[in-house]
Design a protein around this ligand. Structure first.
Ligand SMILES: NC(=O)c1ccc[n+]([C@@H]2O[C@H](COP(=O)([O-])OP(=O)(O)OC[C@H]3O[C@@H](n4cnc5c(N)ncnc54)[C@H](O)[C@@H]3O)[C@@H](O)[C@H]2O)c1
Length: 317
């Protein structure tokens, strides 16, 4: 089987390639990535020594390039990670989020339809549901309304709806997953965990939005990858699956944990003006994907120290 992974040089896409190549020894993988500021070929450098992986640099917004890629590599399955992903950047400049996350996804869907693939799996986010109150409020289910706040989340919600429309209208065999915040190695240091580690190591101020009480549900990136694989194997075509780690933690508490691991003082924490439209809390009900036999295996308690050390070593070298 030929598996096309878009955005495979990014944070989660590179972990997904590593996870899948380890398990499925007979499959072939194509990594399609535009190598934007967030993409890093070094994330898959060792994997590229394996002849089962081909790296193709290109943009999902380029329809003729994407078509040629499908003619050349004949993917059976497409797992679509490629996206603009940073909420703060989407607030400063939303346009590229619409172009990549909506138009780029549309181009992939059209190409999949013309080439008759077996599955298009769309990797989405719990941010499409918008915010929960800090106290109370049930975790979002797949039936919860889509009420995104940021341009990033709105572009992802739009792409989710587009993907669903290709199933309902044309019968394209799709599945969608909506995951909570991922933690792990190889993330570009603009997101909370690597950014805070970088600042702490430099003994520079750690910028925390608002009062720092916003809550996120964290999942280990490898648990996310395993959940996507579970959906590829056992998921029902046309269905959406929430994926959550079940580990809710306030941003400020996570930042303090990182400082504790690095033995740096809390005085480095600097509260800054809140992000525009900042969602208070995300939490998802993952019982649907759990009914397929998946559950998270990693805990933040056991994993965070090793991850912090990995960033420390990487940022030093
Ligand atoms: N990081 C999270 O916590 C999280 C949580 C839930 C869902 N997601 C979703 O998972 C996916 C991957 O997220 P990530 O954190 O790994 O992102 P990332 O920013 O680390 O990686 C994105 C990758 O996509 C590539 N890319 C961007 N635009 C492209 C384009 N036009 N054509 C081809 N490639 C392009 C980049 O070069 C990069 O390698 C995204 O769709 C995101 O919405 C992320």
């Amino acid at each position: 089987m030929n598996i096309l992974v878009t955005g495979g040089c990014g944070f989660i896409g590179s972990h997904f390639l590593r996870y899948m190549m380890d398990i499925y020894a007979k499959d072939f993988f194509i990594c399609l990535d535009a190598l934007t500021y967030a993409g890093n070929k070094n994330n898959i450098k060792d994997l590229l020594e394996d002849s089962r992986l081909t790296m193709v640099e290109g943009n999902i917004r380029d329809a003729s390039f994407v078509d040629t890629l499908f003619v050349t590599y004949k993917p059976d399955v497409v797992v679509h990670f490629a996206a603009e992903t940073h909420v703060d950047r989407s607030i400063i400049g939303p346009q590229v989020f619409l172009e990549t996350n909506v138009v780029g996804t549309g181009i992939l869907l059209d190409t999949c339809l013309r080439h008759g693939i077996e599955r298009f799996h769309h990797v989405s986010t719990d941010e499409v549901y918008g915010t929960l109150p800090l106290q109370g409020g049930s975790p979002f289910t797949e039936q919860s309304p889509l009420l995104p706040s940021s341009p990033y989340a709105t572009s992802k919600a739009s792409s989710d709806l587009l993907v669903l429309s290709y199933y309902k209208t044309y019968g394209l065999p799709i599945t969608i997953s909506r995951c909570s915040n991922n933690y792990g190695t190889h993330q570009y240091p603009e997101k909370l965990i690597p950014l805070m580690i970088q600042r702490a190591l430099q003994e520079a101020p750690l910028p925390v939005y608002g009062d720092g009480l916003n809550v996120r549900d964290w999942i280990h990136v490898v648990d996310h990858c395993r959940a996507i694989d579970t959906i590829l194997q056992a998921g029902v075509i046309g269905e959406v699956y929430n994926i959550g780690g079940g580990k809710e933690i306030a941003n400020i508490d996570l930042v303090k944990q990182i400082l504790g691991i690095l033995d740096k003082p809390y005085e480095l924490i600097t509260y800054v003006n809140d992000r525009l439209g900042h969602d208070l809390r995300y939490a998802v009900d993952s019982s649907k994907v759990q009914s397929l036999g998946w559950k998270p295996e990693y805990t933040m308690e056991d994993s965070l120290k090793g991850i912090v050390e990995w960033y420390g070593d990487t940022l030093k070298s």
